[in-house]
Design a protein around this ligand. Structure first.
Ligand SMILES: NC(=O)c1ccc[n+]([C@@H]2O[C@H](COP(=O)([O-])OP(=O)(O)OC[C@H]3O[C@@H](n4cnc5c(N)ncnc54)[C@H](O)[C@@H]3O)[C@@H](O)[C@H]2O)c1
Length: 465
């Protein structure tokens, strides 16, 4: 794989402007499509959006403008895309959380000449005001309404694919999976794509190992900026934010059990400890477990942690991490939250089976399950990804880095420079370094450069003590 250095020439200018999320100029038409959604006809007239309420677009617009202020690297990319038109005539199918930050990304892609079909990567995380604001933009088609059922969720993925994508952006691999399993006739037209999250990369690797994956996908998840800033700083802050908004709990003095000490879980543990909680960690990987011990946390199996915890947060990418047998051991009032991509980490069905009474919505995004012992367990966001449902997802400054690497990956894929075989490919280190350099510049932070003597010293094996 090439290092992408040539592609990065457009990064030579610094002083990134504020990101504008708007695409090319023009008007999008609005029509009532019947049913419980609102149709918004885009530039091609034939493939409208399916959103909840077009009247919400004003509020969405204001939130997108606010997010754009914290996304200077995407702002710079937008200018580059507007002048070089790397996506001209290209159709891009995206399956992402429909948030203000995603809207800024979409604005960069349309500024670069792309047509974007956006579906939600989680039925509960869609922000309907953002969907409405985006759907009113030319070249953008949004197929997302909050709270849709599974059938509609997949129907929206199909609608996104109806745009016959040249490129795909996925978050969890549902779009790529649907494309291969049910829309294989579109595969020859797809030049490649990128995947945002670890769960999606795991699924893609399994597809590649089976020889099923038909095009190259760049694993944005594996980039250093993504793992350190998005999974680490961003997810941990927004997970705690979701927990706070849903419960208003005081974490100081509480026992917080974090399942999974990976890039998300380790940062969540650190944040919870920083707020005064006693943090326990459960793991299945001995190296990660050791790392947690060295970090000052108590490590133990979930069956032993279950009776101790006041708050449980799962971040593993696996299923049934909190199972029925654990739920039965928990204290009265224990709070259950999931930060992992899919709603399989807490066995919600077992929780429902154990409950003699369910009090939904005792607070926004909090349901109370009363067990026959009288103990009450509080499930947040229905066991789905808590930071996106009970809070607003990652802060814009973090998504600026994550999405910037993805835009560059897509530009690289269409530039003809990449020459990647079908399969999962790591993000070139050069892109990470450049995005970090630009972000530092936007912060007004300067760092030292290696001197020629230092460079020579570091590259030579001859000089010792
Ligand atoms: N909420 C968000 O905004 C957000 C952001 C990034 C990633 N994610 C998702 O969070 C999940 C974790 O991501 P990550 O990047 O931290 O992954 P990771 O691979 O770095 O870490 C996962 C950890 O969980 C451990 N684990 C697996 N099964 C376990 C089990 N049964 N019990 C305890 N530990 C177990 C693994 O050993 C590993 O250390 C994924 O589903 C990912 O897609 C969510």
């Amino acid at each position: 794989m090439r290092n992408g250095g040539a592609l990065l020439s457009f990064f030579q200018q610094l002083g990134a402007p504020v990101a504008s999320w708007r695409g090319a100029e023009g008007e999008a038409g609005v029509e009532d499509m019947g049913g419980d959604g609102v149709g918004v006809t885009g530039a091609d007239g034939g493939m409208g959006s399916d959103i909840a309420d077009v009247g919400l677009s004003g509020g969405g617009l204001a939130r997108i403008e606010w997010a754009g202020r914290a996304m200077p690297v995407l702002g710079l990319l937008r200018e580059e895309c507007a002048s070089k038109q790397p996506f001209a005539g290209r159709s891009i199918a995206a399956c992402l959380h429909v948030t203000a930050e995603t809207a800024v990304l979409v604005g960069v892609l349309t500024a670069g000449g792309g047509r974007v079909h956006l579906a939600a990567s989680n039925p509960l995380s869609t922000q309907d005001d953002i969907a409405a604001a985006l759907a009113s933009q030319p070249g953008v088609f949004v197929h997302a309404r909050t709270g849709v059922d599974r059938e509609t969720y997949y129907a929206h993925l199909h609608r996104a694919l109806d745009g016959a994508p040249d490129l795909v952006i996925d978050d969890g691999c549902d779009l790529v999976n649907t494309l291969h399993a049910e829309r294989a006739e579109l595969l020859p037209g797809v030049a490649g794509g990128c995947e945002s999250t670890s769960t999606g990369v795991m699924r893609l690797r399994r597809m590649a190992a089976e020889g099923t994956l038909a095009f190259p996908v760049v694993a944005a998840d594996a980039s250093v900026t993504r793992r350190m800033f998005d999974n680490g700083y961003g997810t941990s802050q927004s997970v705690i934010d979701g927990l706070m908004r849903a419960t208003n709990i005081l974490l100081a003095g509480k026992t917080v059990v974090v399942a999974g000490f990976g890039s998300c879980g380790s940062a969540i543990a650190e944040r919870a400890a920083g707020l005064g909680a006693q943090v326990c960690v459960t793991e299945v990987d001995p190296v990660r477990a050791l790392e947690a011990i060295m970090g000052g946390y108590r490590v133990l199996p979930m069956a032993e942690a279950a009776p101790l915890g006041d708050v449980f947060i799962t971040a593993t990418g696996s299923r049934d991490v909190i199972a029925g047998e654990h739920l039965e051991l928990m204290k009265d009032g224990a709070v259950l939250a999931n930060a992992g991509h899919f709603d399989v980490e807490i066995d919600v069905r077992a929780l429902a089976d154990l409950a003699v009474e369910v009090n939904r919505g005792i607070r926004p995004n909090a349901d109370e399950y009363v067990l026959d012992s009288g103990r009450r367990l509080i499930l947040l966001a229905g066991g789905r990804v808590v930071n996106l449902i009970a809070a607003e997802g990652n802060p814009a400054a973090v998504m600026d880095l994550s999405f910037a690497t993805q835009v560059i990956a897509l530009m690289w894929l269409v530039s003809g420079e990449a020459e990647l075989a079908p399969g999962v490919h790591p993000m070139p280190e050069a892109i990470d370094a450049e995005v970090a350099r630009l972000t530092l510049a936007a912060h007004g932070t300067r760092i030292d450069d290696l001197s020629p003597a230092q460079l020579e010293y570091l590259e030579s094996w001859r000089q010792g003590s």
